[in-house]
Write a protein that binds this ligand. Structure first.
Ligand SMILES: C[S@@+](CC[C@H](N)C(=O)[O-])C[C@H]1O[C@@H](n2cnc3c(N)ncnc32)[C@H](O)[C@@H]1O
Length: 287
């Protein structure tokens, strides 16, 4: 085959060529004791199976990831979710037990030009402190999600959790039972790229207790993001219906009045839509 114009083949190896050749021979020797990760390999609690890139994008979009976020991927595999989050401008941390996957992720983040926004930590995901995270991404298994659930529920209200396929209620979750932590949103990709379901939860504010309103006393019970209870006024006691939290946002209905508002610790305030018009409301936690 003729050489490209302007180039002549050298029969002798230059010093630079010799170094390149030596490095090419030495690198495989240096890494001979280290196995390159393979899809499906066993992990500490769950094997490494990557989320399809299109589903990673969907999960991050549902979580509304922005440069204001700290995204933590629990069991981060080859780092693809962390890298994708960093490409959106977020700081992102991968927690991964397998050091070879951490090394691969670090290299991939470097190649993607997002090393400054990413960090990969070799540790057990159950040992990691999640309190600073604003978004948590999961592709684990239902029983592992259930083990994490109580920790996730106590995170800062508004923290978003997105999971590839598995809900938070364990293997026996029954969507009709109504006592689990149901997702706030579900997206199923069609066509399905092997794994196609993304589930979103927004950590709700905690409102269980008795609140003082100008019109009476509001007693609230809370099961994850679902809210029930009663409103006691001078004219009687009426049930709270359609009560729901999404982060710090609350909405519920009492009789023919629809309340929407925001929870800020021991106070809530917002707008009540009555049959005769909208009025401001506020409530204070009394016990
Ligand atoms: C199903 S893969 C998901 C990888 C990545 N998050 C993704 O969506 O592409 C689960 C990952 O969790 C890791 N893993 C399993 N148990 C773990 C544990 N206890 N602590 C940290 N990582 C763990 C596995 O090594 C594997 O890389």
């Amino acid at each position: 085959m003729p050489e490209p114009r302007g180039h002549t083949a050298s029969r002798h190896c230059s010093p630079v060529g010799a170094i390149v050749l030596l490095a090419a021979l030495l690198v495989p020797l240096a890494t001979a004791g280290q196995t390159r990760p393979t899809v499906g390999q066993a992990g500490k609690d769950v094997p490494w199976v990557p989320t399809p890139d299109v589903l990673v994008d969907t999960m991050l979009e549902m979580a509304d990831v922005s440069p204001d976020d700290l995204v933590v991927d629990l069991g981060s595999g080859d780092g693809r979710t962390v890298i994708a989050a960093a490409r959106l401008g977020a700081r992102a941390i991968g927690i991964e037990y397998d050091p070879a996957l951490v090394a691969l992720s670090t290299q991939r983040a470097d190649e993607a030009g997002v090393s400054d926004l990413t960090e990969f930590i070799t540790t057990d995901l159950f040992e990691y402190d999640l309190s600073q995270a604003t978004v948590i991404t999961l592709f684990l298994l239902p029983d592992l999600n259930l083990r994490l659930r109580s920790t996730l529920f106590t995170l800062e209200p508004g923290t978003r959790i997105v999971s590839n396929t598995w809900a938070l209620d364990g293997w026996d979750d029954d969507p009709d039972a109504g006592n689990g932590w149901a997702p706030d949103e579900t997206v199923v990709l069609d066509p399905c790229p092997t794994w196609c379901t993304s589930l979103l939860w927004v950590v709700p504010a905690k409102v269980e207790g008795t609140w003082r309103l100008s019109e009476g006393e509001l007693s609230l019970d809370q099961t994850f993001q679902m809210v029930a209870g009663t409103l006691r006024t001078e004219t009687g006691t009426i049930p709270i219906e359609d009560g729901r939290l999404r982060g710090t946002e609350i909405r519920f209905r009492a009789g023919d009045t629809r309340y929407t508002g925001r929870v800020d610790g021991t106070t809530m305030r917002g707008v009540a839509q009555t049959p005769s018009g909208a009025v401001d409301w506020n409530a204070t936690l009394s016990r």
